[in-house]
Design a binder for this molecule. Sequence first.
Ligand SMILES: Cc1cc2nc3c(=O)[nH]c(=O)nc-3n(C[C@H](O)[C@H](O)[C@H](O)COP(=O)(O)O)c2cc1C
Length: 185
Amino acid sequence: MKIHILSATDRPGSNALKVANYVSGLMNKEMDNEIFSLQDYPFQDVVGGRYGDDIESVDEYNERFLDADGFLFVVPEYNGGFPGVLKLFIDYLPFPEALEKVPVSIIGEAAGSFGALRPVEQLQGILGYRNALIYPERIFIADVNNTFDENDGLSSDFLQGLLEDTVKGFAEFVKLNSQRVSVNL
Ligand SMILES: Cc1cc2nc3c(=O)[nH]c(=O)nc-3n(C[C@H](O)[C@H](O)[C@H](O)COP(=O)(O)O)c2cc1C
């Protein structure tokens, strides 16, 4: 079984990718995993509203991304929501089957003190609409530039414990709930 971890922004040097890397290290103890970053998504090929077209680069990205038993989204807060590029990515996933009954987990990170509560809850609504199985424990990393270190994790022992438990719990949730349906690209 395998989990794909998505760094949900295309911003160079992003904290989301650093968090994804750190979480991947924790997840290595539990389950195979691979990091995907929206920095590598072929956004240039969807300009002009190419919904429903066969776009080779997008199909290729989606096929690689969707080949997993569970998805962990690391989501930053941009203007009180999740990054627009994440919605574009979701809008070009195969509909309706891409996330159907697939376990998903969300970690938010933000410079602000609400720790990406808003984007995490927005994404939960959309993943729920797409019939994903949402792992109920969420992680909110507030003041990320001062509370997270890419080698050592979270400065708060309490939050670090929650993060470790959540990663472990999500791997168990994937094992128990994976009912992957085939995806047609
Ligand atoms: C376009 C943009 C909008 C942002 N808006 C918010 C915001 O609404 N609330 C907040 O707490 N931080 C906001 N920030 C700060 C980011 O949450 C913070 O820098 C975060 O680590 C960015 O994630 P990233 O490094 O993965 O891009 C914003 C940053 C950017 C680039």
